[in-house]
Every structure is written in C-alpha cells, then in structure tokens.
Design a protein around this ligand. Structure first.
Ligand SMILES: NC(=O)c1ccc[n+]([C@@H]2O[C@H](COP(=O)([O-])OP(=O)(O)OC[C@H]3O[C@@H](n4cnc5c(N)ncnc54)[C@H](OP(=O)(O)O)[C@@H]3O)[C@@H](O)[C@H]2O)c1
Length: 332
C-alpha cells in the first residue's frame, strides 16, 4: 500500500480506502462484511469510510464490530452527517442540533472515542454555514473529530466555507469527497483547481462506477447474478450508469487493461490515483476477492499515451459538467 497526505494536512491515508455504502448492514451478510474488512486490513488499507445514513445507521455498527480489537492508532476512520437518520425534521441536515446528536450516535456505533475525519455529506441550504462550521470546530476542540471535510460540495461552497473559517478562526476543511471516475470527471474544472490552491484533498467515491468499469455489465444483457444491479437498494443507484452506450464503450477498455497486465477494476482505480489532488480512492466490495483485486492498483503509473487511449475510447460518455455537483435545495 502507498500512503498520501489528506490534502495539506499532516494526516496520512492509504491511497486506497475501503467504504461500506450499500454493502454493510444491507446487501451483504455480516460475515462477508467482516471478511472484506479483514482483506482490506491484510492488504494494507488503513482508511475506512462510512456514514451515519448507510443502511439506516447499521453500516456504522457493522464497521465498528469488524474493526474491534484493531489498534486504533493504525486506523483512519471517516464518517459523515447530513442525510436523514430518523423521522423528525431535526434528524437531518447540518444544524448544530443534528450534527451534535449524529456524531454521538456515530461514535457509539463505531465504538470509538473519535473519528479521524468528519464530513458534511452534502451542502445544507437551510442552515447558516457559520452554524455548521462553528459546530464542526467545537467537535474538533472536544477531540471527538480530528479533521473536518465535505462531500459533493461545489467549488463556490467550499470557497465560502474557507473564507468563513479564516475570518472566524475555525478549523479549516481538509478534504472533499466527490464522485470521480473515468466516466465522471465533474470535479476537474473547478473543485480540483480550488482544492489544490487551498490545500484540500479529494477522497473519491465510486472509482469503478459501482462495478460498471469492471466490464461485467454487458450491453443489452441482464446484469450478472448477485451484482449490485440486482440488489434492491444498490440497483436504484447503479441504474444511472447502466446506459447501453456507456457499457459498450467500457467493453472497449478491455484491451487497454490487458496490455498493461491489469484487471479492468485495477485500471479504473489506478486512473483516479493519477490525479495528484486525489488523496485516496474509496473502493467498495461485496466479496473479499474484489478487495484483493482492486488494491493492486496502488502505486500503478499510467502514461500519457494510455490516458489518451482511454479518453478516445470513452469519448462523449464522459461527464465533465461542473454544474452536476449539486446538493438538494431542500433538506431530504
Ligand atoms: N460521499 C458520497 O456521497 C458517497 C456516495 C457513494 C459512495 N461513497 C463512498 O464510496 C465508497 C465506494 O463506493 P462504491 O461502492 O460505489 O465504489 P466502487 O468501488 O466504484 O464499486 C464497488 C462495487 O463494485 C463491485 N466490484 C468491486 N470490485 C469488483 C471486482 N473486482 N469485480 C467485480 N465487481 C467488483 C462490487 O459490487 P457487486 O459485487 O455487488 O456488483 C462493489 O461493491 C462507498 O462505500 C462510500 O464509502 C460516498
């Protein structure tokens, strides 16, 4: 495993991290979840990403149990707050009340005294930014949270937060967690340049587009049995990237991966890691062998010729529009 700084902070993270959205507490049984975490640890992954909302808070519990007994100093545990975790109007968003209640729930479920990184899972248009940032700062001072970051915030939202933090002396954001893959490059135009200037690192999600970039979804064919596309929850999320023109072009990446001696998943993870503003690529897995496969992307270098071939194959199906980074206008 190779390690990178989280943005300009002193914190080191494994350049491939493990996340448990869709899987833990939902798609996969607890034994399989624990085997995936074990495989991640065996392969040198030290950074684990979850969220209060995953599997209605059950994902944090599963991760807490799976990491029990591991030396805490050898782990970086990341979680998030924003999406609803209960029925009430205060069980969501980035208010002082919800953030404070949510972190306490997360710490209890994860069985830890602190999380290494606490992330605002989306921008909350219904809470003053000062209120959110002051609450994050308080949690840092209380030692419950070591670093703060955001997820899927636009460049403008990040810039506003940094300005307030500097004016008020609050702890600064060190990271953003956006979707990023060969197919989804919307951060490149605005978020990455701002982040480079301001010292934020990207912790990128769905680097293999939820499994699509493995090439296992064939155009015009039903999805393979047991894949995310067949899962009641996962199926809804992955359907957005299962368009036939995307799947057809992805098949044409196979010779590029083969020439490099890489699997398709390794090529996809290696691709996001070529961006120096990426601190870590968060991989998901329903089986331990997927972790063992994908983690071999660590340290792989892709030259300019390979990157150009990938661009030529994918052509118009690559999404680059920075306006696609959006948070709900009203809290969900
Ligand atoms: N901040 C946010 O808003 C946000 C949103 C989404 C995700 N995330 C984070 O990012 C993490 C990763 O997201 P993701 O799970 O979508 O990432 P991903 O790595 O793009 O997709 C993972 C899925 O692809 C399939 N897969 C992986 N490796 C494979 C292989 N070698 N061969 C065949 N299939 C393979 C598996 O699904 P099947 O086996 O079921 O097909 C696996 O669960 C999440 O756990 C979460 O921590 C954050």
């Amino acid at each position: 495993m190779e390690f990178r700084h989280l943005g300009r902070s002193g914190l080191m993270v494994s350049e491939i991290s493990y996340g448990n959205w869709i899987t833990h507490g939902s798609q996969v049984e607890e034994d399989a979840a624990k085997e995936c975490v074990r495989a991640a640890l065996d392969e040198g992954i030290t950074t684990f990403d979850t969220a209060d909302v995953y599997a209605g808070t059950k994902a944090e519990e599963v991760l807490g149990r799976a990491l029990k007994g591991i030396r805490r100093e050898s782990l970086e545990i990341f979680t998030k707050v924003y999406w609803p975790t209960g029925p009430g109007p205060n069980d969501r968003g980035l208010s002082r009340k919800h953030i404070t209640e949510s972190i306490h729930g997360s710490l209890r479920r994860l069985q830890t005294d602190y999380v290494d990184l606490y992330q605002a899972h989306r921008f909350d248009h219904e809470t003053p930014l000062e209120e959110t940032l002051k609450t994050f700062d308080d949690l840092v001072r209380q030692g419950k949270v070591l670093y703060v970051g955001v997820s899927e915030w636009s460049a403008d939202q990040i810039a506003r937060a940094l300005r307030i933090a500097d004016e008020m002396g609050f702890d600064r954001l060190v990271s953003n967690q956006p979707q990023y893959s060969m197919l989804w490059r919307v951060i490149e135009a605005e978020v990455v340049p701002l982040s480079e200037k301001e010292g934020l690192g990207q912790i990128v999600w769905s680097p293999i587009a939820q499994g699509v970039l493995t090439g296992k979804y064939l155009p015009g064919q039903p999805p393979p049995a047991g894949s995310r596309a067949t899962d009641p929850t996962g199926g809804g999320f992955i359907s957005r990237v299962l368009a036939n023109d995307v799947l057809t072009r992805v098949q044409d990446l196979k010779p590029i991966a083969a020439d490099l001696g890489l699997t398709m998943a390794q090529l996809a993870v290696a691709w996001v890691l070529q961006n120096p503003n990426v601190s870590s690529a968060i991989i998901g897995a329903s089986k331990p062998e997927q972790v063992r496969d994908n983690v071999k992307a660590a340290g792989v270098k892709l030259d300019a010729e390979v990157l150009k071939k990938i661009d030529d194959v994918l052509g118009p199906v690559v999404e680059r529009d920075p306006a696609k980074t959006v948070s709900p206008e009203k809290r969900p």
